[in-house]
Each structure stands twice: as structure tokens, then as C-alpha cells.
Design a binder for this molecule. Sequence first.
Ligand SMILES: NC(=O)c1ccc[n+]([C@@H]2O[C@H](COP(=O)([O-])OP(=O)(O)OC[C@H]3O[C@@H](n4cnc5c(N)ncnc54)[C@H](O)[C@@H]3O)[C@@H](O)[C@H]2O)c1
Length: 509
Amino acid sequence: MAAQRLGGALVFIGFMGAGKSSAAREVAQRLDVRAIDTDRIVEQRLGCTVEEAFARHGEARFREEEERVCVEVLGRVGAGDVVSLGGGALRSEATRAALARHTTVLVDVDLDTAWSRASGRGRPLARDRAAFDALYEGREPTYRALADAVVPGSERGAARRALPWLLRLPDGVRLLWASARSGSYPVLVGRRALEADPWPAPGRRFLVSDETVLARHGERVAQVEATIAIAPGEENKTLATVERVQRELALAGARRGDHVVALGGGVVGDLAGFCAATYQRGVPVVQVPTTLVAQVDSAYGGKTGVDLPEGKNYVGAYHQPVGVLVDVGMLETLPPEELAAGRAEVVKTALIAGGSLWERVAAGHFDDEETVLACARTKLGVVASDERDGGRRQVLNLGHTVGHALEAAAGYGALRHGEAVGLGLLAALRLSGQDALRGQVRELLEAAGLPTALAAPPDLDGVAALLARDKKRVGDDVPFVLVSAPGDVRHGQAVEAAAIRAAVQELAP
Ligand SMILES: NC(=O)c1ccc[n+]([C@@H]2O[C@H](COP(=O)([O-])OP(=O)(O)OC[C@H]3O[C@@H](n4cnc5c(N)ncnc54)[C@H](O)[C@@H]3O)[C@@H](O)[C@H]2O)c1
């Protein structure tokens, strides 16, 4: 898996109701070939529909024929061919092995959508909701493990738009197609992600980065027209730096048809993204995240901006990137304390996702490529459902309400964003009444090399004043994100001021 094989076909996999056949058809149409649907071939061989085959011959007989057909088809197809496999076909080891030569595209669907599309149509495995849910949970890990690319089944035309990258994925690079109302874009994850072909934006490349990152990884971005360096650190995420970068863009002759490449951590990504959002009323930005925070979180979703002395991220704009290129190898030069800071965002994301990501992270896999990919997928899924923070996206603020206030109270730069988020997670879990889970997260944060207490007693009044200025505040309440269990997270929960003070006080050294 995870490699574009020369001579391989595009093979669409996924759960029933995901939209595999339609995705395969639209891609095949673009390539001017006919999509091969293995379910239809099995039906021809058995002389009846899948439903009838289950009823007449039983599932085992159907699977036998399905395996024969899949192995045969996957053995003979090659470059330019498009295939869609039945949802259960990957139970067969022989079929999984036969996939190795091809580029496997998972058409992603959430459980509720899958059920609404598949049930009530006579499908033998979509009659009972509990059994359907169990089947979904059981098959998901196999789909994920085999996927070279993931496209959302909810966005019509996503596979077609992703096609240029699907056809030329560099070896070992995986693709996630990010879907948002204001634009969808490729996310490439792998050591050769920066060799993206095509590059996600036409025009000339204007590289914005910080001095530290430029010294270590600047040469990784090829064909750069001009390079603009900023000083590293949150304290430089300001309007003054924005003005300097934008004036340098102007002096270097950047025009509307050009684009910004943001190479760096969340500070560079947010700042360069904001410069791109506003320079000449908007030019595209390609995000190349180099910290764990940026690779699992800040590079996706289009929130850009800078801080004011009065509040963090107080000035900003939504500006989706046109592509995100993620090389986990770049984390090798990251100082340990910065890696640890990113692990807090990983723990947060795992709490939101639950399931296999939570299990991975709870087992201590904080920053390998699989975890980064799964975190990116979680964030993209949330953003796809609510780009502008009107609802579900707010769950991404888990741990951030108190975290931001602690960060600002300490003075930007004194407490790393990730460290503050880790402490914020502990406060949020206390406010959620989840003592056992709080204990588990505390241990995880310790194992990740993160502080689980403040260095000095908190300034409770200062934190309360900062919470009162929280951007998410509605009326008198600061809405919190609370957790019932990993994977069960609710936003917009009102919490009493006294409880917040107690949860913050508990973080005292
Ligand atoms: N937009 C969003 O959705 C979003 C989400 C989360 C966080 N953020 C923002 O992200 C920022 C924090 O980002 P961060 O933690 O990445 O901090 P950062 O960008 O300040 O990077 C941390 C330090 O690591 C250095 N560095 C970066 N990559 C390196 C590498 N590969 N090797 C060696 N050194 C490297 C940088 O020079 C810097 O000194 C905050 O401003 C936060 O508000 C934004």
C-alpha cells in the first residue's frame, strides 16, 4: 500500500453506500475508459443480483466468486484502468494482495450517511442497524490501512478533481482530499510530498518562512521566485510582521496569478496564510507544515491570522489553502519541546476522534506518519462539516478555551501553544466530570513530555478577564467543549465561572 505503482490501475474501495461506483464512473469518464465494477461481474457469473446470490447460495458462495473475480480483474488491469470493488471484497487476503500493484482510493463515508444510503433497498447486509454499525467498525481499519488516497463520498466530483494527483502520487505518498464549501484541495502526506506533481498552484512561488526553518528545510521547496524570512516565535505573529511580509511581496513583484508557500510551523502558516488572504485581496497559499502542531492541525482548515496584544488570533480571515504538503521527516529537526507541544494537539484530536486514533495515541504513538495522517483526516472531516465555526468545528477548540487564556496570561512565548492546550485539556476534562479519563490524559501528557501543571500559580482574575474576551463567547457564557468519552465530544456547553476557576486553580504547581 501507499505507493503509486507504475502500470497500476485506480481501484476504488469503501463501505457500502460510500459512492465507490459513482466515483469510479466519473473518473473513468474523464479518462475515457469504462469503469470495471466487480460486483456486476460477480452478478453476471452467478446469473443473479447480489441480493439474490446471498439468498440463493449464501454469503460464503458469493464471497468465493467475488474473490475469484477480484483477483482475476486486479491481475489483468493496468495504468489507465479504473475498478471499483464491492464493500466486503477486502475480507479476502488474496484480493488484498492483488491490490498491491495498484493505487487504492478509499471513498470515505460516515456511518449515518452510509446507513441512510444503503438501508431499505434490499441489501442483505443493510437490514439491521446494529449489525451494520458493527460491520462498518470492523471494515474501516482495513480500508484505511490499504488506502493510498482518501476522497470524501460526500463531495460530488471529488475523485475527478483529485485525479491529477491520483495519477501521479510519488512513491510512498498518500493523498487526502480536503473538502470544504469554499474550496477543496489535495493534502499529500509522505517523505516525497514536496515532489507533488502537479504542484497545487500555478504561477510563481513566493516562499514565506521563519529563519530557523529556512536554515534547515528552505531548500526543500523548489523553483522559488523570492524568499521572505520572518523571525521565529509567536511574538512575531503580529500585524507589524504582516505589513513587512506584504511589502516584501510587493517589492518582489508578486501578482494575483502567483502564490505564497508557507513553510513552517503554525506561526508561519497562520501569518503567511493571512498575508495570502489579504495581499491584493487574496492570492493562493500552499501550506508546507514543519512542526507537529502544524502537520496535525493548523495547516488544514483555512483559519489564518495574527495576534493583538488584546487577544490571540484576534485579526484573521478564512482562507483555505490550495494544497498541503506534509513530510513527517521534517519533524526530525524539531526541538523535543516543540515536538511535545504538538503531541498535545495530537491528544486533543484523538479525544475528538475516538476509535482507532484514540487507541493509537493512548498506546503512545504520538507523531509517526500514521498518526499524523489520521489526525489530518479527523480535522478535515470536522472542517468539511462546518467550515466557518458555526457548529461542529467548535469541537476543535477542546482544551483551547482555558489554553488560550493561560497562554495569553503568561505572555505570548512564555507558555507554548501546545503546552497551554495540554493544560487546557486537563481543565476541560475536569469540567466534563471525567476524572478517570483526566487521569489517563494526564499520564499521556507526561509521557509526551508535556507539563501537567503551571510553572507558577495562575492569575485567576487575569485568566477570567481573558476568558471574558474569548472570541467564542456568546452573551455571558464562554461556551466550552466537553467530553463524555473519547469520540463523544460536545461543543457550546455553558459552564459556571466558579467551576472554571476551580479547574484552573487545580493546575497550580
Ligand atoms: N490555524 C489554525 O487552525 C491553528 C491551529 C492550531 C494552532 N495554530 C497556531 O499555531 C501556532 C503554533 O504553532 P507551532 O507550535 O507550530 O509553533 P511555531 O510556528 O512557532 O514553531 C515552533 C518553533 O519551531 C521551529 N521550527 C518549525 N519547524 C521546525 C523544524 N522542522 N525543525 C526545527 N525547528 C522548527 C520554529 O522556528 C519555531 O521556533 C500558534 O500561533 C497557534 O495559534 C493555528
